[in-house]
Write a protein that binds this ligand. Structure first.
Ligand SMILES: [Zn+2]
Length: 95
């Protein structure tokens, strides 16, 4: 029988660049349901009430701090190639 050495799991904070949000609880200010939120930001699943993001205990991560943000240049505006149908063709300047 082989006994593998047990190693403790590293704390999650060390692997994630952003601090993990803290679980907080409060009552919905509209319907009074006991709801859980993150860092003081709540969204009630019963009545749909949400509090302002500024009421959070911590600032929100910026877009460039989001690890799931799509790479730069991947977003492409959907524009048809060439002039739209029905418009007169472009005339050269000075003509
Ligand atoms: Zn509610």
């Amino acid at each position: 029988m082989t006994r593998w050495p047990t190693r403790p799991d590293p704390p999650r904070e060390s692997t994630t660049p952003l601090t993990a949000p803290e679980l907080t609880e409060a009552e919905c200010r509209r319907c009074g349901t006991y709801i859980a939120g993150l860092d003081g930001r709540y969204a009630c699943g019963v009545c749909g009430w949400v509090n302002d993001h500024a009421e959070g205990h911590r600032r929100l991560p910026r877009a460039d701090e989001d690890p799931d943000r799509p790479a730069r240049g991947r977003r492409r505006p959907r524009r048809p190639q060439g002039p739209p149908p029905g418009s007169p063709p472009e005339s050269p300047p000075g003509a």
